[in-house]
Design a protein around this ligand. Structure first.
Ligand SMILES: Nc1ncnc2c1ncn2[C@@H]1O[C@H](COP(=O)(O)OP(=O)(O)O)[C@@H](O)[C@H]1O
Ligand SMILES: [Mg+2]
Length: 239
């Protein structure tokens, strides 16, 4: 069953075409990977799906319903949430405050605080409830971003480079969390530059280059696709 359907989405910023008629769909329970060079339009795509950026053209359906024009907070209540590449929080909030705010999506305040503490422990941030997000390491900031998403009890999560900048060893914690979530039925769409991670997790991969979808296949097929190698792996393999 299709949970998320992106249909011919175009987004222009002035003269720049950040997304050009991009279409794909995500089945319920899937882990879809999205890859592409910097500036390809991946974050813009997540912005459009999650209600932050109106598309210039095209449509997005979630659970069978047209969601264009629906605000991000209402989409979160429907079970669709994105993470942010650069975590946006207020300096004087604790990690517990941040995750409690997310937990209030579905819970009254008396339950939200306990639930937020539970989610923080689940991602491995137990004991750091009263630290400010700014004081956390990069790895912990990424785990906090995951905790914020989890606390809303999502049906579908859009993860934007939650492993960027982490060492291979540091990616093990978020990988385990993503696997566990997925095994509980949560659908995952993830933008990730760390190829070994995408290869391990994704059931399917969509490749975007200069705002256009240039390939869509299983990881083993993608890694051998000449268009993808030229667009994306070329520099890495030459280096
Ligand atoms: N709000 C914006 N205004 C103008 N240009 C933007 C805006 N957001 C993104 N862009 C441009 O759109 C293109 C795609 O950006 P982005 O979606 O962030 O790419 P990616 O996440 O794949 O690196 C880039 O050229 C970027 O500079
Ligand atoms: Mg991006």
């Amino acid at each position: 069953m299709t949970l998320l359907d992106v249909s011919r989405v175009t987004r222009r910023f002035g003269g720049l075409v950040a997304l050009n008629s991009v279409s794909f769909s995500v089945a319920k329970g899937e882990i879809l990977g999205i890859i592409g060079p910097n500036g390809a339009g991946k974050t813009t795509l997540f912005g459009v799906i999650s209600g932050f950026i109106p598309p210039s053209e095209g449509g997005v359906r979630f659970d069978g319903e047209d969601i264009i024009g629906i605000s991000p907070d209402r989409l979160v209540r429907r079970g669709l949430i994105r993470s942010f590449q650069v975590a946006q929080t207020f300096a004087d909030m604790t990690t517990l405050d941040v995750v409690t705010t997310a937990a209030l999506t579905r819970r009254p305040i008396v339950e939200a605080v306990d639930y937020a503490a539970h989610v923080l422990r689940r991602v491995g941030l137990g004991g750091k409830e009263y630290q400010t997000p700014g004081s956390l390491s990069l790895q912990d900031k990424k785990l906090l971003e995951l905790a914020k998403c989890l606390a809303t009890d999502p049906r579908c999560i859009l993860l934007d480079e939650v492993m960027a900048g982490l060492t291979m060893a540091e990616t093990e914690a978020p990988i385990a969390i993503i696997r566990e979530l997925n095994s509980q039925g949560v659908t995952i769409v993830m933008v990730e530059h760390v190829m070994p991670v995408i290869m391990r997790l994704a059931t399917r991969i969509v490749v975007i280059n200069f705002g256009e979808k240039i390939a869509e296949a299983t990881p083993d097929v993608i890694i051998k696709d000449q268009k993808v190698i030229d667009a994306y792996f070329g520099d890495e393999l030459d280096a």
